[in-house]
Design a protein around this ligand. Structure first.
Ligand SMILES: Cc1cc2nc3c(=O)[nH]c(=O)nc-3n(C[C@H](O)[C@H](O)[C@H](O)COP(=O)(O)O)c2cc1C
Length: 395
């Protein structure tokens, strides 16, 4: 049985954590730590009743003596941190997020969080203005970069009477994420996965370039998911406005040639390459070294760029290779046929094919793809994170 340590902080949503406790104890061994303020907001006996045992609150218990500690060598914050298969903070206040971002350890929960090696999942809940405050967003981004997982708050009516993002995420969603983190954290441990994302750009002159509508969401979701499953991830990304979370080596490039060079540098030691970037198909044959004057007609001569996917096998014959194929308004049969042609041409193990003309896919949170291998083709739709999990399940 896996052990979850649940930290409950003093958001008004801490009442919902009681239901989370009732549900989690059915499947897991559970310990609860309340912050001092959470204990003021909800009577701890409500948690104790749901949990069937006492909750943890204090770093120093009344009447503690250092000799007891030296004799027993047992300190709650180290013991709890050590026993955790997963540490969950739900609900998480702006305050705990800030403390975690800065490594502050001034109570039992923050000290245990600093002492744990277990994956940490944070489920924020707060007023919309607090959630949108730049310092909260910066702290969340810093924690994500360090590998802390988040189930982001939902939009809706908030307890404070305001509407907007800040509601604790649906408990079902939080439990799903808990199940996922308990099951997956070591699935890809020891694997090196190279992921590409975003659009490459090809300059026309010093200020203009050719690019495409790829948002980079799918590639970044795959990189984050692979890191979550314990892989060592190298993300080679072109133009995207998104910042990846998780422990990821982040390599930024602009042109097709730069992307190819970065791939060549990292592919030799990679076990897997997932090429989700939307690489430019053309580059301007003549690049002006000065800004081309506006206001008059201009003919651009374009040349085709090298197809990176078709060269990967030359650089590493053993890598498990996943390519992407974007088509525009074709039948399902043509989509699969063209993906299978690419599969053969590039000697890839899997092609993720989608039709970007069917519905809004660029920049959307969800997608619909067909996973084409030499043996079969499998339709898959859902959020880009869900589709990422499906793709990684092929490894
Ligand atoms: C009734 C009430 C509701 C609160 N709800 C929230 C909340 O939803 N999110 C939040 O970040 N802070 C909320 N706060 C503020 C926190 O309780 C406060 O920042 C506290 O210092 C956080 O301490 P803790 O993180 O140690 O629990 C609330 C305060 C009160 C009095």
């Amino acid at each position: 049985m896996k052990t979850i340590i649940l930290g409950v902080t003093s958001s008004i949503a801490c009442f919902k954590a009681v239901d989370l406790v009732k549900s989690l104890i059915k499947k897991h061994s559970l310990e609860v730590i309340l912050t001092k303020s959470a204990g003021l907001l909800v009577n701890k006996t409500i948690f104790e009743k749901a949990l069937g045992k006492g909750v943890y609150e204090n770093l120093f218990y009344p009447g503690w003596g250092y000799k007891d500690y030296l004799r027993e060598r047992k300190m709650a914050h180290i013991e709890l941190a050590d026993r955790a298969d997963l540490f969950v903070v739900a609900p998480a206040t702006a305050n705990i997020i800030a403390k975690m971002a800065y490594g502050i350890a001034d109570d039992l929960l923050t000290t245990s969080l600093l002492a744990t090696k277990a994956p940490v999942l944070v489920c924020p809940a707060m007023n919309v203005n607090m959630w949108e405050h730049p310092v909260v967003q910066a702290n969340v981004a810093a924690l994500k970069k360090r590998g802390v997982f988040f189930v982001e708050p939902e939009e809706g009516m908030l307890a404070c009477g305001w509407g907007g993002a800040g509601r604790l995420a649906d408990l079902g969603l939080i439990e799903k994420e808990i199940g996922h983190l308990l099951f997956y954290p070591s699935r890809l441990r020891g694997k090196r996965i190279l992921v590409t994302a975003g659009s490459t750009i090809e300059p026309i002159d010093p200020v203009r370039f050719i690019a495409n509508r790829s948002s980079g969401k799918t590639g970044i979701a795959i990189a984050e998911e692979a890191a979550r499953q314990g892989a060592e991830v190298i993300l080679v990304r072109g133009m995207t406005s998104l910042e990846p979370g998780g422990k990821i080596l982040d390599v930024k490039i602009e042109t097709v040639n730069e992307m190819a060079a970065a791939i060549k540098k990292h592919i030799k030691t990679a076990d897997v390459m997932i090429h989700a970037a939307a690489v430019s198909d053309f580059y301007a044959k003549e690049k002006s070294s000065t800004k081309i004057p506006s206001g008059k007609e201009l003919a651009l001569e374009l040349s085709p760029t090298a197809k990176i996917l078709e060269h990967v096998r030359e650089w590493n014959p053993n890598v498990f290779l996943v390519g992407f194929k974007a088509e525009y308004k074709v039948s399902n049969k043509d989509l699969v046929n063209r993906a299978r042609e690419l599969l053969q041409r590039s000697r890839a193990d899997l092609i993720v094919a989608n039709d970007v003309g069917r519905k809004k896919i660029f920049g959307a949170d969800s997608t619909s793809v067909v996973l084409v291998s030499s043996k079969k083709d499998t339709g898959c739709q859902g959020t880009k994170a869900e589709v990422s999990r499906k793709i990684l399940s092929f490894l």
